[in-house]
Design a protein. Structure first.
Length: 161
């Protein structure tokens, strides 16, 4: 089976994965990409959120057969230590992380939101971010998303040059 993850095409041996295997397990066990977290296992909490074909998906309930040829993007490809994604910078500036359990999935859900909505309202954020946070950092998440959206808009003219 072939899986396109973070810009790289991976050939996964048939003895290591099966079509019905959840994407989460292929990412973590077969590709050693452990940034995508294990949460509830039923798609409710969002800790395992990744992008599949540009859309946020709960990797714990998405079988490999449903991924097909669509590219997968995980938290490992969101930003880099020397150039963090605006959301990662805003997350730190607004002190969003507490226990860290939900962070990778929350960031991936927020990144998908900002890709389709450059200036989300609080209602837009609440509708798009259905991930659960045990620590209750939702007000800080909302502030961080607004800050990242503003940073992206401010940088947009520079990117066009």
């Amino acid at each position: 089976m072939h899986l396109h993850v973070n810009g790289t095409l991976h050939d996964l041996p048939d003895d290591a994965v099966a079509p019905e295997m959840p994407l989460l397990w292929a990412l973590r066990d077969a590709l050693n990409l452990t940034g995508t977290k294990i949460g509830c296992g039923i798609g409710a909490c969002g800790a395992c959120t990744v992008h599949v074909g540009g859309e946020p998906q709960r990797a714990c309930v998405l079988p490999l057969s449903a991924v097909g040829t669509r590219p997968v993007r995980t938290i490992e490809a969101l930003g880099a230590p020397d150039q963090p994604h605006p959301l990662q910078a805003a997350w730190l500036a607004h002190q969003v992380p507490q226990c860290g359990w939900c962070q990778s999935g929350m960031l991936m859900a927020a990144a998908a939101l900002l890709e389709r909505n450059a200036a989300p309202s609080d209602a837009d954020i609440d509708a798009a971010i259905t991930n659960l946070c045990r620590c209750g950092s939702y007000p800080r998440v909302r502030r961080a998303i607004h800050a990242a959206a503003a940073a992206r808009r401010a940088a947009a003219p520079a990117r066009k040059r």
